[in-house]
Design a binder for this molecule. Structure first.
Ligand code: THU
Length: 162
């Protein structure tokens, strides 16, 4: 038996003011995206702002449905919109923030496995790692670049072949 250990790296900033100007700006844009969250069931708003190489910013938020699994997380709303509309303009960074109508969120929201898998696909497609800025307005900001910081054992299509 061999025991393996995987380490992941991320940076923690005490507040958004410690980030560089361009990353701070993207975090504040993610807050704007909270407004269009459609989350009557969870009352948990998630906002995303995604910066493309051209400088364009894509906004997205979670969109829920009375048939719960038909809803979609903010991250995948952003990523699929990008794939459908701007596939040749690489994604540089993605800021994610959240707001609950019912309690104060104390630490950054980390994306679900399905969103990470979609992120992995597009990182590979554009051959460029994406900087994730996980922004908590009442707490720290966590920053990591590249999907493997979040999902070290992710599934890639090369596993489908010998
Ligand atoms: N949600 C996101 O949009 N992104 C995440 O990273 C975590 C969860 C949404 C899905 C659902 O609308 C609500 O938050 C509660 O799970």
């Amino acid at each position: 038996m061999t025991n393996h250990e995987i380490k992941i790296n991320f940076e923690e900033y005490a507040s958004v003011d410690e980030l560089n100007k361009i990353d701070k700006e993207l975090c504040l844009e993610a807050v704007k995206a909270l407004k269009n969250s459609y989350s009557p069931y969870s009352k948990f708003r998630v906002g995303v702002a995604m910066r493309l190489q051209s400088g364009k910013i894509i906004y997205a938020s979670n969109q829920e449905n009375v048939a719960y699994p038909s809803g979609l997380c903010a991250e995948r709303v952003a990523l699929f919109y990008w794939g459908a509309n701007h596939p040749d303009d690489p994604i540089e960074s993605m800021a994610v923030t959240a707001h609950s109508d019912e309690f104060q969120i104390q630490k950054p929201v980390t994306s679900c496995g399905a969103c990470l898998q979609v992120l992995a696909e597009y990182e590979k497609k554009q051959d460029r790692a994406i900087k994730m800025l996980l922004y908590c307005r009442q707490g720290p900001v966590w920053v990591a670049t590249g999907i493997e910081s979040f999902l070290p054992f992710l599934f890639f299509e090369d596993r489908l072949n010998n």
